[in-house]
Design a protein around this ligand. Structure first.
Ligand SMILES: Cc1cc2nc3c(=O)[nH]c(=O)nc-3n(C[C@H](O)[C@H](O)[C@H](O)COP(=O)(O)O)c2cc1C
Length: 323
């Protein structure tokens, strides 16, 4: 029987974002520790053949669990891949001494319940000063770098890679078939239809293509239709997370940095949406690396800004994934 602290940690970890809301994790409580394992039955065969996105998702869950442990006033030692021989054992979170959380840890843990992926329009209001610096600092502690896209050439390169990558995916029938499996189910996994239904007004379009969850890579035109004036093009804050190496340990760390960043944003009312296609498939990642002249490996791209309220996705209760 898990202690109250362990149960509280698991409830929060289960709210982490995951690719297509696959929730590809399993927990095992051993005394005052939690073992986090990969659930390979939930790995996406087409989109994620190497399990990279599975690891990023689990990394976010590990960071959520870490912050939850701190918010219940416990030290939390996170050991990634503690048993190199057991590839499914991704991490152990060991709860330790009593120590009150810092104000930041407390605020971020409180944001776990309100964070969600916002796929709608964001306002033109800039994100608060210090936000990017903060998430860059936390990322650096985890050996993850964060790059922004201030230069128009960099933005253009990202848009081209994103757009071509999604078109490439759309040409393969396995892409749409896999999406159909995970989008719109009524259970407690997958992306609910109401979370992706386009609620963009006809007079506003995103500068970067946001994943078309029908799998057709179709996006509203920025040209305008007929006699209508062209829509306003929204230019959000874009962030790229990357790592020096490209192995399961780096993927988990990128997931932790991402989890922290999303909570830091949510804590001040800032929404976010990952821009998956740029980093789904190895060829797109390689092209992004080349076009941006990156030293290192791109792991994740995300847009941020002030959105509006959106429906939230469901989760499997932590107890169903507890062995
Ligand atoms: C590795 C990864 C890739 C993702 N890719 C996308 C994406 O391309 N487009 C998108 O809208 N959401 C993407 N998401 C967000 C998930 O769909 C979302 O976290 C999941 O459906 C749970 O919903 P929630 O974040 O609202 O709790 C991604 C999340 C992760 C962790």
């Amino acid at each position: 029987m898990a202690s109250d602290d362990i149960a509280a940690v698991l409830d929060c970890a289960a709210l982490a974002p995951s690719v297509h809301n696959t929730q590809p994790w399993q927990w095992r409580a051993v005394d005052d520790a939690i073992e986090v394992r990969a659930d390979r039955s939930r790995q996406l065969a087409y989109l994620d053949p190497t399990g990279r996105q599975l690891h990023v998702s689990c990394g976010a869950a590990i960071e959520f669990g870490y912050l939850a442990a701190r918010s219940v006033g416990r030290e939390c030692d996170v050991r990634l891949q503690p048993d190199g021989a057991d590839g499914e054992l991704l991490a152990v979170l060991e709860l330790g001494e009593v120590r009150p959380p810092t104000p930041t840890e407390q605020r971020l843990a409180e944001a776990i319940a309100v964070r969600y992926t916002d796929r709608g329009p964001y306002s033109d209001r800039p994100v608060p000063e210090g936000l990017v610096e903060d998430l860059r600092r936390r990322a650096a502690e985890l050996e993850v770098w964060v790059r922004t896209f201030e230069r128009p050439d960099d933005r253009r390169a990202l848009i081209t890679v994103l757009s071509d990558a999604e078109q490439e995916e759309a040409r393969d029938s396995r892409y749409a078939a896999e999406l159909a499996q995970w989008v719109g189910p009524t259970g407690d996994v997958g992306v609910p239809a109401e979370a992706v239904a386009g609620r963009w007004p006809s007079d506003r379009v995103s500068q970067v293509p946001l994943r078309d969850f029908t799998g057709r890579a179709e996006h509203p035109s920025a040209e305008g239709r007929g006699d209508d004036p062209p829509p306003t093009v929204e230019r959000d804050l874009l962030l790229l997370f990357g790592t020096a190496s490209d192995d399961p340990g780096a993927w988990l760390s990128a997931g932790r940095a991402l989890g922290w960043a999303l909570l830091r944003a949510a804590a001040v009312g800032v929404s976010a949406q990952p821009l998956g296609p740029a980093i789904d498939l190895p060829a797109a990642r390689e092209r992004l690396r080349h076009e941006l002249g990156l030293v290192g490996n791109p792991q994740f791209v995300v847009r941020m800004g002030y959105g509006a309220d959106r429906p939230r996705t469901r989760r499997r209760p932590a107890t169903t994934t507890l062995n």
